[in-house]
Design a protein around this ligand. Sequence first.
Ligand code: IPE
Ligand code: IPE
Ligand code: MG
Length: 248
Amino acid sequence: MTGSAASQAPASSGGGGTPARHVAIIMDGNGRWAKKRFLPRLAGHRQGMEAVRRTITAAGELGLEALTLYAFSSENWRRPAGEVADLMGLLRHYLRREIDALDRNNVRLRLIGEWRRFEPDLVEQLDAACRRLERNDGLTVALALNYGGQDELVRAARALAEEAKAGGLDPAAIDAQAIEDRLDTKGLPPLDLLIRTSGETRLSNFLLWQAAYAELLFTDTLWPDFDRAALERALECFGRRERRFGGL
Ligand code: IPE
Ligand code: IPE
Ligand code: MG
């Protein structure tokens, strides 16, 4: 893994040679992938899970520090109950099936969003997976589960208000860092590249704060077709971007 990361390092370079540290993906298009094949939507979600496995392996080998994956949004509860149940079932299945491989690949797991509102057994399974992988020091995979960027900011605002009310925080001292420190992504590297698959060109409430200066990349590839080559192409594209952060 290390050798391959070293040999592939230029692929993740960007902004004058600075390699991408943190990539996030809005994994969209599972339903359309299935529809094109006259299959039920669940078949698309299943293939989407295979794409998750491939992409995590590739991200580790390409030397990324963090990969944040939008797996279930705070708005996805609006889907039919059967589809929500299918997605929860797949998550349980994924954790059971992949935990050993994630550990072997030195992956650490972070969860962002209100995942503790899931069914108690799934919350316990997610907690156990994080504990099992917590001593790893390779790629950090952050799974966004019941995540919404607005909800994350609301929770951060509430936390700040509570601290101010308790007297431990002067409202005048609240700055961008104070907000960042109360986001679910606290401690992750700054977001470099945000990818959305399936041709849609919106954020759908993903990483609203963190995307402030991220490079955005929209690809027509449907998520179940995403693979190592697609990630490499995205990182090559990132490498050609000039990031100015408001300067010259
Ligand atoms: C993304 O694929 C998976 C989730 C949102 C959980 P979709 O299910 O949104 O697929 P499309 O957009 O209907 O093709
Ligand atoms: C965004 O995709 C959420 C995830 C990929 C988990 P959606 O398919 O839910 O987004 P919209 O509804 O097209 O905006
Ligand atoms: Mg979609």
